[in-house]
Design a protein around this ligand. Sequence first.
Ligand SMILES: [Zn+2]
Ligand SMILES: [Zn+2]
Length: 131
Amino acid sequence: MGFFDNIKKGIKDVFSNAKDDMSYRVKRGAERKLEDAADSAAERVTEAYDERKKERQAQKADEAAAKAAARVCPQCGRRPDADEKFCAECGARIVEKYRVCSVCGAHADADEKFCTECGGAITEKVSGTEE
Ligand SMILES: [Zn+2]
Ligand SMILES: [Zn+2]
């Protein structure tokens, strides 16, 4: 191999190394971008999931509160504490009164006459007596 051949080879190597280095950097950059995109996508999914979870928890708390408020002594009309199964005043079994849509079964607020979901008539139910 002649002197010029060596120089040519040396120059080629330098270029080829630079090219490798460049493509490596480009690749790393692209990888990092992909990783970032994947991270933020995962973050968004997690956020959406947390949001749904919070909504479900709030809904559950609302339902529990509505249920607790609906408990009543069928005999003396007393509002019992949450842990009373039988009335502390007269011994009658505590029931739950709640208002539901007669058409779709959605729970209704005390002042609703018609279902906000389907327009059906609201009826009052007492736990244990349906069906
Ligand atoms: Zn009672
Ligand atoms: Zn309804």
